[in-house]
Ligand binder design. Structure first.
Ligand code: WQD
Length: 332
């Protein structure tokens, strides 16, 4: 089985490629290095010692994508490629809609041209908007509070409509909660360009001494210690969920939606204290005002993925914090 991975040099994409290769799949990566780097390819090969086909280019480029599909006999596609910074999406909505929607439509057109109908899409818990009830279930109402979230919501709708239009389509939407951590080798991990938007890469830069303190966005939420609570999931567990989704596609048509989380919520201060404890580092922080658009609490009901995919997250918060810092130490 040959899997095309769009955005396969990125944080979640690279970890999924490792799990695909380890599970015996052939992998073709397409990436334009917008938020990733070429050396990830060598690092994946070091971990897996397997051949990877790679094509540098933009999924929005139809001729480029046609060239890939004409050269490679693709069985299924995993689509990670997309811009994902909430704040940036508010400042640059046209760029976000153009890239995230256009790349998906181009991919669907070329897949159909080449008779490839199996697709796993990287969605996000952000489509739940401001939760009315917790834990979040896949049949809960969806909404968005920023252009990034709207692109995920719109792409979910596009994929639902596409799956209803032709029985040949087999589509799985995976709603990620908060992926953190890194592969145990320390060869691949999360290393965003510039100042990280997300909490864990920011904590890592404070722990390594690159930054002086963490800015905690609000401690007046209705949570156990007033700081935001999220369902953090180890990126390797998340990657394994994609393997289960590919296996599921072989047996199930139409479209299915699954939460990929742990079902456990941890606060910002929980995360900081765990990083300090497991790595024996200091992580100074300062409490600041809330970040606009943030919600208080978000965590998953993962029973559907457990039941239908036979998938459960196995790693705990300490593993996530230890592996995240191991990646930092190995790449100083
Ligand atoms: C987590 C908690 C912040 C930074 C977003 C997207 C989601 C996915 C992951 C792409 C919150 C607090 C953060 C900081 C802080 N994106 N925080 N100081 O907002 O839950 O989810 O990123 O796939 O779709 O919505 O993640 O890591 O930004 O924030 O206090 O410097 O950390 O307020 O409570 P978020 P996050």
């Amino acid at each position: 089985m040959k899997i095309l991975v769009g955005g396969g040099c990125g944080y979640i994409g690279s970890h999924t490629v490792v799990e695909l290769l380890t599970s015996g799949y052939e992998v073709v990566i397409v990436d334009n290095f917008y938020n990733s780097s070429r050396d990830v390819l060598d690092r994946i090969s070091k971990i897996c010692d397997k051949k990877i086909s790679f094509y540098e280019g933009d999924i929005c480029d139809k001729e480029f994508l046609r060239d890939v599909f004409s050269k490679e006999k693709i069985d299924s596609v995993i689509h990670f490629a997309g811009y994902k910074a909430v704040g940036e999406s508010v400042a640059k909505p046209i760029m976000y809609y153009r890239n995230n929607i256009d790349s998906t439509l181009t991919l669907l057109e070329v897949m159909e041209e080449y008779g490839v109908y199996n697709l796993v899409f990287s969605s996000s818990a952000t489509v739940y908007g401001v939760p009315e009830k917790l834990p979040l279930r896949e049949d809960f109402p969806v909404s968005a509070t920023n252009p990034y979230g709207y692109t995920k919501l719109m792409i979910e709708q596009i994929l639902k409509d596409v799956s209803y239009s032709n029985d040949k389509w087999r589509i799985v939407l995976l709603r990620y909660f908060n992926p953190i951590g890194a592969h145990e080798s320390g060869l691949i991990g999360e290393n965003p360009d510039g100042i990280p938007n997300n909490i864990m890469p920011y904590i890592m830069r404070v722990a390594s001494g690159e930054y002086d303190k963490v800015h905690v966005f609000g401690n007046d939420y209705d949570t156990k210690d007033g700081t935001g609570v999220r369902d953090y999931i180890h990126v390797v567990d998340l990657a394994k969920g994609h393997i289960k989704a590919i296996e599921y596609l072989e047996k199930n048509g139409k479209i299915s939606i699954f939460n990929l989380g742990t079902g456990m919520g941890y606060s910002v201060l929980d995360l900081i204290e765990t990083v300090k404890k497991v790595n024996n580092v200091s992580v100074p922080y300062v409490i600041e005002s809330r970040r606009p658009g943030d919600i208080a609490t978000c965590y998953a009901d993962c029973s559907l993925a457990n039941k239908e995919l036979g998938w459960t997250a196995e790693k705990g918060i300490e593993d996530m914090c230890r592996d995240a810092y191991n990646f930092v130490l190995k790449n100083k």
